[in-house]
Design a protein around this ligand. Structure first.
Ligand code: MCA
Ligand code: AMP
Length: 504
């Protein structure tokens, strides 16, 4: 009876008392204690009716317990569906309904708001809080500390991660055990992770970066994680001396550079800083090296594909590039419409194929067919080119996407809500440069002529259904939107006009 994901990430530590997690206050959690917690949770999932292939949705704070839910899903063969804690009940309702989740885990503070939604979707609702308390943990305490692992194979689904689309409707990216394992194995080798590593973990664990890259690599190689509840400069500074590696989005590094305590001496025992999820400015690269002597290693990935390319561990880490295709991963630059591969140096669509590429979007065969070719190449929606030395440069996006502090916002989703507001004829949502988040969201409105849009009222109204990070930081009323001869809104013109809004 085999279950590659569980066996290779978790089961291998059976009986091992070595430290797995260090918590900010100094407490540690051993591999054995973690496995026992996961086994109890696996029993709980079974009690709640979960069988192999069922979806378990979790909108819970980052904690060792939240990680044990992931392990419990692997052990029971359930599909883990982690959700951003910033999502509103409306947003969560869509994911629970669309995925057909059998169980929903939420923070007790959100229980009242989530109950009608869970009932309507026919899902069992339990609570699990950031401090480890909650109905799920309470009931699990009475369960046995071992669980017979459910047999699965590499082609079975391990997780759904929802990613929005240009239509504004989120799609559940189906990731298999093999997708996750092959990618973390390759990354661990490329980035030289061993059991001696201590990873300073400050990313959320509801996205690929914090869960499937940072956590899976550590589990695969037997190191430890200093597991912080979130990114906080003071916490990072106090824990850096005990760490060997850190992974982050560019905002982590610009915030650290903004603090005088972040010095060469503080980072002297570190061997690796990785950046991804959004473009790292070349100037951040330079400043970081000047300050610490370390060169950030930038890599490129997506929810649908895990990681695709990386700068080299040894050799030049070239600023403004995302390096080379990972071993086993093919990357090509194409004319996406014709599918034809372009010549070296030309700018085109980045397409990717390999064991890392997902199975498709849950119950959306037509969307899957639009982006995943029959020959296995996935059309990323990113635009790039290879330079003379083969480094991949991401030069733009062929998709209308804003990345703010590493979180993705699809303008269409925000525009659909803005268009429903009183006094609004139409809207265009754009991303503009922001010193902290890289990009931030701005909404451009055209009044319908009947009444002047009430900006504060609109902000409050969309805030009821839209996560805070997706809400426009500014709403601006204009007479009309610039359009091309085809009638399409020219967002590049808007981005140029409003591009300096947040510049110092
Ligand atoms: C928080 N806020 C944000 C963001 N985060 N607004 C815009 N964009 C954000 N990313 C809001 C809060 O709701 C709050 O609103 C205000 O900003 C200030 O909050 P603050 O305390 O400063 O924020 P924070 O808690 O420090 O969070 C910033 C952060 C965090 C540390 C950059 O967003 C973060 O951890 N980002 C990482 C995301 C990530 O892991 N991405 C990987 C995706 P108010 O004050 O008004 O209430 S995976 C992926 O993309 C692919 C696969 C890949 O390649 O990795
Ligand atoms: P997500 O859908 O959250 O997985 O976001 C994936 C997108 O993040 C990619 O399609 C890219 O547009 C962007 N991305 C990830 N890593 C990088 C990077 N190193 N540089 C530029 N963009 C990146």
């Amino acid at each position: 009876m085999a279950n590659p994901l569980y066996d290779r990430l978790f089961g291998r530590y059976a009986g091992k008392t070595s430290v797995f997690l260090q918590l900010p206050e100094g407490e540690t959690i051993s591999h054995t204690a973690f496995l026992e917690m996961a086994a109890r949770y696996a029993h709980m999932l079974r009690e709640l009716g979960v069988t192999a292939g069922d979806r378990v949705a979790a909108q819970i704070a980052k904690s060792p317990q939240a990680l044990a839910v992931y392990a419990a899903c692997a052990q029971t063969g359930a599909v883990f569906l982690p959700l951003n804690t910033a999502y509103t009940v409306d947003e969560v309702a869509y994911f629970v309904d669309n995925s057909g989740a059998r169980v929903v885990l939420c923070d007790a503070r959100n229980e009242a708001g989530m109950t009608p939604m869970a009932q309507a979707c026919g899902a069992a609702l339990e609570t699990l809080n950031g401090d480890g308390s909650g109905s799920f943990a309470d009931k699990a305490a009475a369960m046995p500390t071992t669980f017979e692992t459910v047999s699965r194979d590499e082609d079975d689904l391990a997780a759904f991660l929802y990613t929005s689309g240009t239509t504004g409707r989120s799609k559940g990216a189906m990731l298999t055990q093999g997708n996750l394992l092959s990618n973390s194995q390759t990354l661990a080798e490329q980035w030289r992770f061993t059991s001696d590593d201590v990873l300073l973990h400050a990313l959320p664990i509801f996205h690929t970066h914090g869960l499937f890259v940072a956590t899976n690599i550590t589990l695969l190689t037997g190191g430890q994680m200093i597991f912080l509840p979130k990114f906080d400069v003071d916490l990072i500074i106090s824990h850096l001396p005990g760490a060997t590696a850190m992974m982050g989005v560019p905002t982590f590094y610009t915030r650290l550079l903004g603090d005088a305590r972040f010095t060469k001496d503080l980072t002297k025992d570190m061997r690796l800083f990785v950046s991804g999820s959004a473009p790292l400015l070349a100037e951040t690269h330079v400043q970081f090296e000047e300050r610490t002597g370390h060169r950030i290693l930038e890599r490129y990935g997506m929810t649908e594909t895990n990681m695709n390319t990386t700068n080299p561990y040894d050799g030049e880490r070239r600023a403004g590039t995302v390096g080379f295709a990972l071993p086993g991963v093919e990357v090509k630059i194409t004319n996406a419409a014709s599918g034809e591969t372009l010549s070296q140096g030309e700018i085109g669509d980045i397409e990717v194929r390999g064991p890392n590429v997902f199975k498709g979007y849950w119950q959306m065969p037509e969307k899957t067919a639009e982006e995943l070719r029959a020959d296995g190449f996935f059309i990323t929606g990113d635009l790039g080119r290879f330079d003379d030395d083969g480094y991949l440069h991401i030069v733009g996006r062929n998709k209308d996407l804003i990345i703010s502090g590493g979180y993705n916002i699809y303008p269409k989703e925000v525009e659909l809500l803005l268009d429903l507001e009183d006094g609004v004829l139409e809207s265009a949502v754009i991303g503009v440069p922001h010193p902290d988040f890289g990009e931030t969201v701005v909404g451009i409105l055209v009044a319908d002529g009947n009444r002047t849009p009430d900006i504060a009222g609109i902000q409050a109204s969309i805030g009821k259904s839209l996560a805070r990070f997706k809400q426009p930081q500014k709403l601006i009323v204009v007479d009309e939107l610039p359009r091309n001869t085809m009638g399409k809104v020219q967002k590049n013109v808007l981005r140029k006009e409003f591009g300096a809004l947040f510049q110092d």
